[in-house]
Ligand binder design. Structure first.
Ligand SMILES: Nc1nc2c(ncn2[C@@H]2O[C@H](COP(=O)(O)OP(=O)(O)OP(=O)(O)O)[C@@H](O)[C@H]2O)c(=O)[nH]1
Ligand SMILES: [Mg+2]
Length: 449
Protein backbone atom coordinates (compact mmCIF):
# COMPACT_ATOMS: atom_id res chain seq x y z
CA UNK A 1 0.00 0.00 0.00
CA UNK A 2 1.53 3.25 -1.09
CA UNK A 3 1.44 6.41 0.95
CA UNK A 4 -0.94 8.99 -0.60
CA UNK A 5 1.88 11.00 -2.13
CA UNK A 6 0.84 14.46 -3.13
CA UNK A 7 -2.23 14.76 -0.92
CA UNK A 8 -0.40 16.70 1.75
CA UNK A 9 1.52 18.73 -0.79
CA UNK A 10 -1.54 19.49 -2.93
CA UNK A 11 -3.47 20.75 0.03
CA UNK A 12 -0.45 22.87 0.99
CA UNK A 13 -0.32 24.49 -2.46
CA UNK A 14 -3.96 25.51 -2.43
CA UNK A 15 -4.71 26.49 1.15
CA UNK A 16 -8.33 26.93 1.99
CA UNK A 17 -9.70 25.49 -1.25
CA UNK A 18 -10.52 22.08 0.12
CA UNK A 19 -11.22 21.43 3.77
CA UNK A 20 -8.55 19.07 4.97
CA UNK A 21 -7.71 17.03 8.00
CA UNK A 22 -5.35 17.50 10.86
CA UNK A 23 -3.52 14.29 11.68
CA UNK A 24 -2.35 13.71 15.27
CA UNK A 25 0.14 10.95 16.04
CA UNK A 26 2.35 9.99 18.92
CA UNK A 27 5.97 10.07 17.80
CA UNK A 28 5.24 9.68 14.07
CA UNK A 29 2.32 8.49 11.96
CA UNK A 30 2.55 4.96 10.55
CA UNK A 31 2.65 4.22 6.82
CA UNK A 32 -0.37 1.98 7.34
CA UNK A 33 -2.41 4.88 8.70
CA UNK A 34 -1.63 6.88 5.56
CA UNK A 35 -2.73 3.82 3.56
CA UNK A 36 -6.05 3.72 5.46
CA UNK A 37 -6.61 7.47 4.87
CA UNK A 38 -5.75 7.03 1.19
CA UNK A 39 -8.29 4.23 0.91
CA UNK A 40 -10.97 6.56 2.30
CA UNK A 41 -9.75 9.53 0.17
CA UNK A 42 -9.20 11.69 3.24
CA UNK A 43 -7.03 14.69 2.36
CA UNK A 44 -4.45 15.31 5.09
CA UNK A 45 -3.31 18.93 5.24
CA UNK A 46 -1.35 18.99 8.47
CA UNK A 47 0.47 16.43 10.58
CA UNK A 48 1.27 17.12 14.23
CA UNK A 49 3.23 14.72 16.43
CA UNK A 50 4.14 14.66 20.08
CA UNK A 51 6.98 12.57 21.48
CA UNK A 52 5.64 10.62 24.42
CA UNK A 53 5.56 6.98 25.43
CA UNK A 54 1.87 6.97 26.37
CA UNK A 55 -1.09 9.00 25.25
CA UNK A 56 -2.61 11.43 27.76
CA UNK A 57 -5.63 9.59 29.26
CA UNK A 58 -8.10 12.36 28.39
CA UNK A 59 -6.57 14.67 25.78
CA UNK A 60 -4.31 12.23 23.84
CA UNK A 61 -1.56 14.88 23.51
CA UNK A 62 -0.64 16.90 26.61
CA UNK A 63 -3.29 19.61 27.11
CA UNK A 64 -0.82 22.49 26.59
CA UNK A 65 0.46 21.13 23.26
CA UNK A 66 -3.06 20.28 22.13
CA UNK A 67 -4.34 23.83 22.84
CA UNK A 68 -1.35 25.28 21.00
CA UNK A 69 -2.16 23.19 17.92
CA UNK A 70 -5.89 23.90 18.04
CA UNK A 71 -5.33 27.66 18.50
CA UNK A 72 -3.33 27.64 15.28
CA UNK A 73 -6.06 25.73 13.43
CA UNK A 74 -8.46 27.63 11.18
CA UNK A 75 -11.44 26.73 9.02
CA UNK A 76 -9.22 24.95 6.51
CA UNK A 77 -9.29 22.02 8.91
CA UNK A 78 -12.66 20.32 9.17
CA UNK A 79 -11.73 17.16 11.02
CA UNK A 80 -9.10 15.64 13.26
CA UNK A 81 -7.63 12.22 12.45
CA UNK A 82 -5.78 10.31 15.15
CA UNK A 83 -3.33 7.49 14.38
CA UNK A 84 -4.39 5.42 17.41
CA UNK A 85 -7.40 3.70 18.89
CA UNK A 86 -8.82 6.33 21.26
CA UNK A 87 -10.69 5.58 24.45
CA UNK A 88 -14.24 6.99 24.57
CA UNK A 89 -13.03 9.67 27.02
CA UNK A 90 -10.19 10.77 24.72
CA UNK A 91 -12.49 10.68 21.70
CA UNK A 92 -15.20 12.86 23.25
CA UNK A 93 -12.73 15.29 24.86
CA UNK A 94 -10.87 15.82 21.57
CA UNK A 95 -14.21 16.35 19.82
CA UNK A 96 -15.26 18.90 22.43
CA UNK A 97 -11.95 20.82 22.51
CA UNK A 98 -11.41 20.88 18.74
CA UNK A 99 -15.11 21.43 17.88
CA UNK A 100 -14.55 19.15 14.93
CA UNK A 101 -15.33 15.64 13.93
CA UNK A 102 -12.70 13.30 15.32
CA UNK A 103 -11.85 10.01 13.58
CA UNK A 104 -9.40 7.53 15.02
CA UNK A 105 -7.98 4.35 13.48
CA UNK A 106 -11.15 2.40 14.32
CA UNK A 107 -13.45 4.99 12.74
CA UNK A 108 -11.37 5.01 9.58
CA UNK A 109 -11.32 1.22 9.30
CA UNK A 110 -15.08 1.17 9.87
CA UNK A 111 -15.49 3.93 7.25
CA UNK A 112 -13.65 1.73 4.73
CA UNK A 113 -15.79 -1.26 5.64
CA UNK A 114 -18.96 0.83 5.18
CA UNK A 115 -17.78 1.89 1.71
CA UNK A 116 -16.95 -1.66 0.67
CA UNK A 117 -19.94 -3.49 2.15
CA UNK A 118 -21.74 -4.47 -1.04
CA UNK A 119 -23.75 -7.46 0.16
CA UNK A 120 -26.52 -7.61 2.78
CA UNK A 121 -24.30 -9.76 5.01
CA UNK A 122 -21.33 -7.39 4.85
CA UNK A 123 -23.66 -4.39 5.38
CA UNK A 124 -25.18 -5.99 8.50
CA UNK A 125 -21.72 -6.92 9.84
CA UNK A 126 -20.45 -3.39 9.33
CA UNK A 127 -23.55 -1.78 10.85
CA UNK A 128 -23.18 -4.01 13.91
CA UNK A 129 -19.50 -3.12 14.25
CA UNK A 130 -20.33 0.62 13.88
CA UNK A 131 -23.13 0.48 16.46
CA UNK A 132 -20.97 -1.47 18.93
CA UNK A 133 -18.39 1.23 18.43
CA UNK A 134 -20.93 4.04 18.82
CA UNK A 135 -22.58 2.89 22.06
CA UNK A 136 -19.64 3.59 24.43
CA UNK A 137 -19.16 6.99 22.76
CA UNK A 138 -22.79 7.94 23.35
CA UNK A 139 -22.43 6.79 26.96
CA UNK A 140 -19.32 8.94 27.37
CA UNK A 141 -21.05 11.99 25.88
CA UNK A 142 -23.91 11.41 28.28
CA UNK A 143 -21.41 11.18 31.11
CA UNK A 144 -19.74 14.44 30.04
CA UNK A 145 -23.12 16.21 29.89
CA UNK A 146 -24.08 14.97 33.34
CA UNK A 147 -20.74 16.03 34.79
CA UNK A 148 -21.20 19.50 33.22
CA UNK A 149 -18.30 19.23 30.76
CA UNK A 150 -20.49 19.33 27.68
CA UNK A 151 -23.32 21.76 28.41
CA UNK A 152 -25.98 22.11 25.75
CA UNK A 153 -24.70 19.22 23.65
CA UNK A 154 -27.39 17.90 21.31
CA UNK A 155 -29.75 20.71 22.38
CA UNK A 156 -32.07 18.44 24.38
CA UNK A 157 -29.24 17.39 26.74
CA UNK A 158 -29.46 14.10 28.57
CA UNK A 159 -33.00 13.36 27.42
CA UNK A 160 -32.08 13.37 23.71
CA UNK A 161 -28.83 11.47 24.33
CA UNK A 162 -30.63 8.84 26.40
CA UNK A 163 -33.21 8.41 23.65
CA UNK A 164 -30.45 8.18 21.02
CA UNK A 165 -28.66 5.55 23.09
CA UNK A 166 -31.82 3.44 23.36
CA UNK A 167 -32.48 3.80 19.65
CA UNK A 168 -28.92 2.66 18.83
CA UNK A 169 -29.33 -0.37 21.09
CA UNK A 170 -32.60 -1.31 19.42
CA UNK A 171 -30.98 -0.96 15.98
CA UNK A 172 -28.10 -3.13 17.09
CA UNK A 173 -30.46 -5.88 18.23
CA UNK A 174 -32.38 -5.66 14.92
CA UNK A 175 -29.18 -5.92 12.86
CA UNK A 176 -27.93 -8.85 14.94
CA UNK A 177 -31.17 -10.71 14.24
CA UNK A 178 -30.94 -9.87 10.55
CA UNK A 179 -27.35 -11.15 10.39
CA UNK A 180 -28.39 -14.33 12.15
CA UNK A 181 -31.05 -14.92 9.47
CA UNK A 182 -28.58 -14.28 6.64
CA UNK A 183 -26.08 -16.67 8.26
CA UNK A 184 -28.66 -19.42 8.55
CA UNK A 185 -29.35 -19.11 4.81
CA UNK A 186 -25.61 -19.19 4.08
CA UNK A 187 -25.20 -22.24 6.29
CA UNK A 188 -27.88 -24.00 4.23
CA UNK A 189 -26.07 -23.15 1.00
CA UNK A 190 -22.80 -24.26 2.56
CA UNK A 191 -24.35 -27.56 3.58
CA UNK A 192 -25.31 -28.19 0.00
CA UNK A 193 -21.69 -27.59 -1.00
CA UNK A 194 -20.24 -29.39 2.02
CA UNK A 195 -19.26 -32.52 0.18
CA UNK A 196 -17.17 -30.57 -2.32
CA UNK A 197 -13.51 -29.82 -1.70
CA UNK A 198 -12.69 -26.24 -0.87
CA UNK A 199 -9.56 -24.11 -0.76
CA UNK A 200 -9.51 -20.66 0.85
CA UNK A 201 -7.27 -17.71 0.07
CA UNK A 202 -6.47 -15.88 3.28
CA UNK A 203 -3.93 -13.20 4.11
CA UNK A 204 -3.25 -9.61 4.96
CA UNK A 205 -5.41 -7.01 3.29
CA UNK A 206 -4.12 -5.94 -0.15
CA UNK A 207 -1.81 -8.96 -0.41
CA UNK A 208 -3.24 -9.99 -3.79
CA UNK A 209 -5.87 -12.60 -2.81
CA UNK A 210 -8.59 -11.50 -5.22
CA UNK A 211 -6.11 -11.10 -8.09
CA UNK A 212 -5.01 -14.68 -7.48
CA UNK A 213 -8.62 -15.94 -7.36
CA UNK A 214 -9.27 -14.19 -10.67
CA UNK A 215 -6.09 -15.55 -12.26
CA UNK A 216 -6.76 -19.12 -11.13
CA UNK A 217 -10.45 -19.25 -11.95
CA UNK A 218 -10.80 -16.74 -14.78
CA UNK A 219 -13.24 -14.62 -12.77
CA UNK A 220 -13.32 -10.86 -12.49
CA UNK A 221 -13.92 -10.02 -8.83
CA UNK A 222 -12.96 -6.43 -7.92
CA UNK A 223 -9.25 -5.76 -7.37
CA UNK A 224 -7.92 -2.50 -6.00
CA UNK A 225 -4.74 -1.03 -4.52
CA UNK A 226 -6.77 -0.08 -1.46
CA UNK A 227 -7.33 -1.84 1.81
CA UNK A 228 -10.32 -4.14 2.36
CA UNK A 229 -11.56 -4.20 -1.25
CA UNK A 230 -13.10 -7.58 -0.46
CA UNK A 231 -15.46 -7.96 2.49
CA UNK A 232 -17.87 -10.70 1.49
CA UNK A 233 -16.64 -14.14 0.60
CA UNK A 234 -16.49 -14.93 -3.12
CA UNK A 235 -16.47 -18.58 -4.17
CA UNK A 236 -15.39 -19.79 -7.62
CA UNK A 237 -14.70 -23.21 -9.06
CA UNK A 238 -11.19 -24.03 -10.27
CA UNK A 239 -11.58 -24.82 -13.97
CA UNK A 240 -10.90 -28.44 -15.00
CA UNK A 241 -10.96 -29.59 -11.38
CA UNK A 242 -12.49 -33.04 -11.07
CA UNK A 243 -13.90 -33.49 -8.46
CA UNK A 244 -14.71 -29.76 -8.45
CA UNK A 245 -12.54 -27.62 -6.20
CA UNK A 246 -14.15 -24.45 -4.90
CA UNK A 247 -11.80 -21.55 -4.11
CA UNK A 248 -12.96 -18.82 -1.76
CA UNK A 249 -11.60 -15.33 -1.23
CA UNK A 250 -12.54 -13.39 1.85
CA UNK A 251 -11.92 -10.36 4.04
CA UNK A 252 -8.22 -9.69 4.72
CA UNK A 253 -6.44 -9.33 8.05
CA UNK A 254 -4.91 -6.21 9.57
CA UNK A 255 -2.61 -5.81 12.54
CA UNK A 256 -4.48 -4.71 15.66
CA UNK A 257 -7.85 -4.85 13.93
CA UNK A 258 -10.31 -3.36 16.40
CA UNK A 259 -12.14 -6.05 18.41
CA UNK A 260 -15.55 -4.70 17.33
CA UNK A 261 -14.60 -5.29 13.70
CA UNK A 262 -12.99 -8.67 14.44
CA UNK A 263 -16.07 -9.93 16.23
CA UNK A 264 -18.39 -8.74 13.45
CA UNK A 265 -16.34 -10.59 10.81
CA UNK A 266 -15.40 -13.62 12.91
CA UNK A 267 -18.05 -15.90 11.41
CA UNK A 268 -17.01 -14.95 7.86
CA UNK A 269 -13.38 -15.69 8.65
CA UNK A 270 -14.07 -18.91 10.48
CA UNK A 271 -16.10 -20.11 7.54
CA UNK A 272 -13.09 -19.51 5.26
CA UNK A 273 -10.77 -21.22 7.72
CA UNK A 274 -12.84 -24.42 7.57
CA UNK A 275 -11.62 -25.06 4.02
CA UNK A 276 -9.81 -28.30 3.22
CA UNK A 277 -6.81 -26.37 1.99
CA UNK A 278 -5.72 -22.97 3.24
CA UNK A 279 -3.52 -20.76 1.07
CA UNK A 280 -1.88 -17.89 2.92
CA UNK A 281 -1.25 -15.17 0.36
CA UNK A 282 1.72 -12.99 1.33
CA UNK A 283 2.75 -9.85 -0.54
CA UNK A 284 6.50 -10.29 -1.09
CA UNK A 285 6.85 -6.75 -2.46
CA UNK A 286 6.83 -5.66 1.19
CA UNK A 287 10.16 -5.16 2.96
CA UNK A 288 11.04 -8.28 5.04
CA UNK A 289 10.32 -6.57 8.38
CA UNK A 290 6.90 -5.35 7.15
CA UNK A 291 6.14 -8.79 5.71
CA UNK A 292 7.14 -10.39 9.01
CA UNK A 293 4.72 -8.17 10.98
CA UNK A 294 1.88 -8.91 8.57
CA UNK A 295 2.53 -12.66 8.64
CA UNK A 296 2.44 -12.54 12.40
CA UNK A 297 -1.05 -10.98 12.27
CA UNK A 298 -2.14 -13.71 9.82
CA UNK A 299 -0.58 -16.37 12.05
CA UNK A 300 -2.52 -15.16 15.09
CA UNK A 301 -5.82 -15.05 13.21
CA UNK A 302 -5.30 -18.56 11.80
CA UNK A 303 -4.06 -20.25 14.95
CA UNK A 304 -7.02 -18.75 16.85
CA UNK A 305 -9.14 -20.92 14.60
CA UNK A 306 -7.10 -24.14 15.02
CA UNK A 307 -3.78 -25.55 13.88
CA UNK A 308 -3.19 -26.07 10.20
CA UNK A 309 -0.81 -28.74 9.03
CA UNK A 310 -1.95 -28.52 5.46
CA UNK A 311 -1.43 -24.83 5.06
CA UNK A 312 0.30 -23.57 1.91
CA UNK A 313 2.03 -20.24 1.56
CA UNK A 314 1.98 -18.24 -1.66
CA UNK A 315 4.67 -15.60 -2.15
CA UNK A 316 2.41 -13.32 -4.21
CA UNK A 317 3.54 -10.42 -6.47
CA UNK A 318 6.88 -12.23 -6.98
CA UNK A 319 7.42 -10.14 -10.13
CA UNK A 320 8.39 -7.29 -7.80
CA UNK A 321 11.39 -9.25 -6.45
CA UNK A 322 14.00 -8.25 -8.94
CA UNK A 323 16.97 -9.56 -7.02
CA UNK A 324 17.20 -12.77 -4.99
CA UNK A 325 14.13 -14.39 -3.42
CA UNK A 326 16.19 -15.62 -0.51
CA UNK A 327 15.16 -12.82 1.93
CA UNK A 328 11.43 -13.25 1.26
CA UNK A 329 11.76 -17.04 1.35
CA UNK A 330 13.48 -16.97 4.75
CA UNK A 331 10.71 -14.73 6.15
CA UNK A 332 7.95 -16.94 4.72
CA UNK A 333 9.56 -20.16 5.96
CA UNK A 334 10.16 -18.72 9.42
CA UNK A 335 6.49 -17.76 9.73
CA UNK A 336 5.17 -21.09 8.39
CA UNK A 337 7.98 -23.67 8.70
CA UNK A 338 6.05 -26.80 7.72
CA UNK A 339 4.16 -25.35 4.80
CA UNK A 340 4.55 -25.93 1.12
CA UNK A 341 5.73 -22.77 -0.58
CA UNK A 342 4.62 -21.43 -3.97
CA UNK A 343 5.50 -18.25 -5.81
CA UNK A 344 2.95 -16.41 -7.91
CA UNK A 345 2.60 -13.33 -10.01
CA UNK A 346 -0.70 -12.41 -11.58
CA UNK A 347 1.16 -9.80 -13.64
CA UNK A 348 3.63 -12.12 -15.41
CA UNK A 349 1.69 -15.36 -14.78
CA UNK A 350 4.73 -16.92 -13.12
CA UNK A 351 3.99 -19.78 -10.75
CA UNK A 352 0.26 -19.91 -11.55
CA UNK A 353 0.45 -23.21 -13.44
CA UNK A 354 2.40 -24.83 -10.60
CA UNK A 355 -0.12 -23.60 -8.06
CA UNK A 356 -3.00 -24.81 -10.22
CA UNK A 357 -1.34 -28.24 -10.52
CA UNK A 358 -0.83 -28.33 -6.75
CA UNK A 359 -4.51 -27.61 -6.21
CA UNK A 360 -5.53 -30.33 -8.64
CA UNK A 361 -3.43 -32.97 -6.85
CA UNK A 362 -5.50 -35.42 -4.80
CA UNK A 363 -4.92 -35.01 -1.06
CA UNK A 364 -2.71 -37.65 0.52
CA UNK A 365 -5.26 -38.96 3.03
CA UNK A 366 -7.68 -40.54 0.57
CA UNK A 367 -8.77 -44.16 0.47
CA UNK A 368 -8.43 -46.11 -2.73
CA UNK A 369 -11.64 -47.96 -3.46
CA UNK A 370 -12.67 -50.30 -6.24
CA UNK A 371 -16.31 -50.20 -7.36
CA UNK A 372 -18.23 -52.79 -9.25
CA UNK A 373 -21.58 -51.69 -10.62
CA UNK A 374 -24.32 -53.37 -12.62
CA UNK A 375 -24.65 -51.84 -16.05
CA UNK A 376 -28.10 -50.18 -15.76
CA UNK A 377 -29.32 -46.57 -15.61
CA UNK A 378 -28.84 -45.98 -11.85
CA UNK A 379 -25.23 -47.00 -12.22
CA UNK A 380 -24.86 -44.07 -14.64
CA UNK A 381 -26.19 -41.56 -12.11
CA UNK A 382 -23.97 -43.11 -9.41
CA UNK A 383 -20.98 -42.69 -11.72
CA UNK A 384 -21.70 -39.03 -12.39
CA UNK A 385 -22.06 -38.46 -8.62
CA UNK A 386 -18.75 -40.25 -8.06
CA UNK A 387 -16.99 -38.07 -10.64
CA UNK A 388 -17.99 -34.93 -8.72
CA UNK A 389 -16.93 -36.30 -5.33
CA UNK A 390 -13.95 -38.56 -5.91
CA UNK A 391 -10.78 -38.79 -7.96
CA UNK A 392 -11.67 -41.46 -10.47
CA UNK A 393 -8.61 -43.20 -11.86
CA UNK A 394 -8.59 -43.88 -15.60
CA UNK A 395 -9.60 -47.21 -17.02
CA UNK A 396 -13.31 -47.80 -16.36
CA UNK A 397 -14.30 -51.23 -17.62
CA UNK A 398 -17.87 -52.08 -18.68
CA UNK A 399 -20.17 -55.07 -18.08
CA UNK A 400 -19.89 -55.14 -15.22
CA UNK A 401 -18.72 -51.52 -14.73
CA UNK A 402 -15.52 -51.61 -12.72
CA UNK A 403 -13.44 -48.64 -11.67
CA UNK A 404 -11.01 -47.44 -9.03
CA UNK A 405 -11.41 -44.09 -7.29
CA UNK A 406 -9.74 -42.24 -4.43
CA UNK A 407 -12.07 -40.64 -1.93
CA UNK A 408 -12.29 -39.31 1.60
CA UNK A 409 -13.89 -41.25 4.47
CA UNK A 410 -17.07 -39.06 4.52
CA UNK A 411 -17.51 -39.49 0.77
CA UNK A 412 -17.02 -43.25 1.21
CA UNK A 413 -19.91 -43.31 3.67
CA UNK A 414 -22.14 -41.62 1.16
CA UNK A 415 -20.93 -43.84 -1.65
CA UNK A 416 -21.86 -46.88 0.40
CA UNK A 417 -25.31 -45.44 1.07
CA UNK A 418 -25.88 -44.67 -2.61
CA UNK A 419 -24.60 -48.05 -3.72
CA UNK A 420 -27.36 -49.69 -1.75
CA UNK A 421 -30.00 -48.46 -4.18
CA UNK A 422 -27.88 -49.34 -7.20
CA UNK A 423 -26.91 -52.80 -6.00
CA UNK A 424 -23.15 -52.49 -6.49
CA UNK A 425 -20.08 -53.59 -4.59
CA UNK A 426 -17.12 -51.68 -3.23
CA UNK A 427 -13.74 -52.91 -2.08
CA UNK A 428 -11.29 -50.77 -0.13
CA UNK A 429 -7.84 -51.38 -1.55
CA UNK A 430 -5.62 -49.67 0.99
CA UNK A 431 -5.25 -49.34 4.72
CA UNK A 432 -7.28 -47.13 7.03
CA UNK A 433 -5.90 -43.56 6.98
CA UNK A 434 -3.95 -42.49 10.07
CA UNK A 435 -6.55 -40.03 11.29
CA UNK A 436 -9.47 -42.44 11.17
CA UNK A 437 -10.49 -44.90 13.86
CA UNK A 438 -10.36 -48.37 12.43
CA UNK A 439 -13.90 -49.60 12.35
CA UNK A 440 -15.82 -52.14 10.37
CA UNK A 441 -17.13 -49.40 8.13
CA UNK A 442 -13.93 -48.43 6.47
CA UNK A 443 -11.74 -51.43 6.87
CA UNK A 444 -10.27 -53.10 3.88
CA UNK A 445 -12.24 -55.91 2.40
CA UNK A 446 -15.02 -56.68 0.06
CA UNK A 447 -18.35 -55.27 1.13
CA UNK A 448 -21.67 -56.06 -0.39
CA UNK A 449 -24.26 -53.28 -0.16
N1 LIG B 1 3.02 -6.31 -9.07
C1 LIG B 1 1.96 -7.06 -8.78
N2 LIG B 1 0.86 -6.48 -8.25
C2 LIG B 1 -0.20 -7.27 -7.92
C3 LIG B 1 -0.17 -8.68 -8.12
N3 LIG B 1 -1.34 -9.21 -7.69
C4 LIG B 1 -2.08 -8.16 -7.23
N4 LIG B 1 -1.41 -7.00 -7.39
C5 LIG B 1 -1.89 -5.65 -7.00
O1 LIG B 1 -2.05 -5.61 -5.59
C6 LIG B 1 -3.20 -4.82 -5.24
C7 LIG B 1 -4.13 -5.58 -4.33
O2 LIG B 1 -4.68 -6.65 -5.03
P1 LIG B 1 -6.02 -7.41 -4.56
O3 LIG B 1 -6.10 -8.65 -5.38
O4 LIG B 1 -7.18 -6.48 -4.56
O5 LIG B 1 -5.62 -7.76 -3.06
P2 LIG B 1 -6.56 -8.36 -1.91
O6 LIG B 1 -5.67 -9.19 -1.03
O7 LIG B 1 -7.73 -9.05 -2.52
O8 LIG B 1 -6.98 -7.03 -1.16
P3 LIG B 1 -8.25 -6.76 -0.13
O9 LIG B 1 -9.47 -7.40 -0.73
O10 LIG B 1 -8.32 -5.29 -0.13
O11 LIG B 1 -7.84 -7.36 1.18
C8 LIG B 1 -3.84 -4.40 -6.57
O12 LIG B 1 -3.40 -3.09 -6.89
C9 LIG B 1 -3.28 -5.40 -7.57
O13 LIG B 1 -3.20 -4.88 -8.88
C10 LIG B 1 1.03 -9.26 -8.69
O14 LIG B 1 1.16 -10.46 -8.90
N5 LIG B 1 2.05 -8.40 -8.99
MG1 LIG C 1 -9.70 -8.67 -2.28
Amino acid sequence: MKRPVGKLERAGQAPGRLPGSLLLALNEPSEEFFGLCHTLDLPISRVECQRRTQAHPRTFFGLGRLREILDATGPEIDQVLVDAALTPAQHCTLERLSRRRVQDRIDIILGIFVQHAHTPEAAAQVTIASLRRELPLIRERLHQIKSGERAGFLAGGTYVTDAYYEQARRRLRGQEQLLERIRRQRALRRKRRAELRTAALVGYTNSGKTSLLNALTGSDAAVDDRLFSTLSPTVRQLPRSRPPLLISDTVGFLQDLPPTVVSAFRATLEEALQADQLLVVADVSDAPEVLEGKLQAVHVAISDAGAYDTLWVVGAKCDTLHGSRKGAEVTLRQAFPRSRLFWASTVTGEGLEELRRGLLEPPSDLLTVEFELPGHAEAGSFLSWLYTHAYVDGGVTVDPTRLVARLSAPVLQQARHRLRSVGGILRILDLVPKNEHPGTDIQAGLQRN
